[in-house]
Design a protein around this ligand. Sequence first.
Ligand SMILES: *[C@@H]1O[C@H](CO)[C@@H](O)[C@H](O)[C@H]1NC(C)=O
Ligand SMILES: *[C@@H]1O[C@H](CO)[C@@H](O)[C@H](O)[C@H]1NC(C)=O
Ligand SMILES: *[C@@H]1O[C@H](CO)[C@@H](O)[C@H](O)[C@H]1NC(C)=O
Length: 389
Amino acid sequence: MNLTKVLILLVSVLLIIQAIDAGKHKPKTKPKTKPKPKPKPKTTPKPITPAKITTTKPASPTSTKITTKLASSTSTKITTSAKITTSAKITTSAKITTSAKITTSAKITTSSTKPISTQSSTVLYPPENGQHPINLSKNNKCRSFTDEFKNSRIVEHYEYNRDPRSADWINTSGNRNSYTLANGQLLAHLIKPTKDQGRVNDPAGPYNKILGQGLTLNSTYKLHFGVAEIKMKVCGLGGVVSAFITMSDNGDEIDWEMVGKDVTHGQSNFFWNGLILYGVNGGVHSVPNGPIDTNFHTYTFDWQPDCITWKIDGQAVRTLWRKDTYKDGVYQFPSNPSYVQLGIWDGSGAPGTANWANGPIDWTKQPDKLTTIIESVSIKCDPNYNIIV
Ligand SMILES: *[C@@H]1O[C@H](CO)[C@@H](O)[C@H](O)[C@H]1NC(C)=O
Ligand SMILES: *[C@@H]1O[C@H](CO)[C@@H](O)[C@H](O)[C@H]1NC(C)=O
Ligand SMILES: *[C@@H]1O[C@H](CO)[C@@H](O)[C@H](O)[C@H]1NC(C)=O
């Protein structure tokens, strides 16, 4: 070996060491998580019936794309593209009370240069056991209507006769005088607490122990795919959340949420099967044509078996494809018949929630009630998946 060769070798070794070192110091983008505030406590996941299921899924080459948007002013987008050839064997064994353990053995071949981060093989719910992954049965009774709040039929839960044709909404609020109907508008109120708000200056951030009580209206029936739309002018005070959502019995959820103070944005979100992933599925969208607290805007979900499109004033601002929600052996895409709910709630109840909602509200400086004004709501049931009543 001559000197030149030795030198080249030395330089190469140095370069390799440097490269390895640089790799170690690469900044890791860590998605920030935000607590997902709920208008109501979530129903606990239903226990899974003890069963022994062995399923072999056919290997289907798929392309997975995961897009994560954080519900915050700074948004991070993570895009992973990979070709996956899977032969998954799923074994669910008996005596399971609250969660199912799934053993998955998958062969992954990828053309991507970056390694695929290994995902947890333990999920809360088993995959779809060979059934058609979406419940496309047409036995959900649904009624299409537009409520302009002139002749609204809002009933108390105890007077509802279970015939969805007899009423439009069920008042499920926890307080008195939670709404007023006036001049073709529904005024959704958030009522000031009668007790002291109980401000806590927690190191994690301020919050209130006692919350204002707001309106929640449930539709009298479930929607199984279709279009739901609300036209409203929201309360612009930080800490106040105006919401228009769908919610299924098993915790599939599609959201529009407007938080006070940030009056130039609307937030979209979705959940699947009661699985709460904080700040994972949320999106923040600019609202054109004036602030959300001084102008009326229309917020829409167009919910179809293969995608959900969120719209503001008729313009699509986000589309979620079902094929892009495949995770842990299942499409984590809302697909069960769901109530449509609208309301207003106090987002001051925990440091994370208050921070997200631009609160907490200082009730000592507020009137007896805060109000979001709803001009109309329209629900159109997809006739392919609903029995129209
Ligand atoms: C499918 O949806 C219908 C309502 O449309 C419901 O009655 C039925 O129980 C659902 N089936 C499953 C397996 O979830
Ligand atoms: C709505 O429901 C709540 C709770 O049952 C009740 O106190 C209230 O009077 C109802 N109606 C209105 C207009 O808020
Ligand atoms: C209202 O919707 C929820 C889903 O969030 C459902 O569990 C509840 O039964 C509904 N209440 C009424 C009175 O329909």
